[in-house]
Design a protein around this ligand. Sequence first.
Ligand code: ZN
Ligand code: ZN
Length: 249
Amino acid sequence: MPRTKIIPIPVLGKHVVNAYLLLGRRPVLVDAGTPGSARAIHDHIARHGVDPADLALIVITHGHIDHFGSAAELHRLTGAPLAGHTADLEPFRTGRARMPYLPTGPMGRVMNRNRKLHISADPFEPHVLIEGETRLDDFGISARIMPTPGHTAGSVSVLTDDGDLVAGDLVANSFMGLIPGKPANPPFHDDPLGNLASLRSMLALDPSTLHVGHGTPLDPDRVRRWADREQRRLTRLDARGRIRTRQKS
Ligand SMILES: [Zn+2]
Ligand SMILES: [Zn+2]
């Protein structure tokens, strides 16, 4: 079986916001960028010699608009079915992320004041509903969708059989990619401890590289060391009742 190639598709900046093109027997897109970026993503895919009409599937990692913003339009442009987890159906169906965003630190608190974060996207209904671990062989790639809840309840990652983990917002680069290769929390998590548990369960599967929604690829050993520190930090905060977690709706 040939290796599944992972190609970053820049949505904003060089790697401030990324989608990913996975090339196996067929192409699969992971994430759909911000609202209004469908044409740019379409053209990026074409520039890699892939006919966007050949996309077998578009996997949406979670219900934040920088990841599903152009899902509906990309579906219209390419005809590819959309896959998303049932626990994020509400944002997909309303075109809005769950409010309020729960900041993970100063970056999130600053971003929370940015009106761009609070716009809505074209809503969509996933054609492929994800609940548990789901193989993607029928869509032409040797990989599986792994539920990785915490960042949002319906967050998923895609793990290829070669060990590449396309991780959405499970972890990010420091300052949204401005410090490349340095692991950090994305600006928001609905459930910080739940997210960290999901990250650690993915690291336990020994991925070779983590490809994230914000920033450059991350080395798993570096992420492991960061996750250990983060575990200690969150445990301390939790003991003082200082972690805000979204109640399950
Ligand atoms: Zn997110
Ligand atoms: Zn994001």
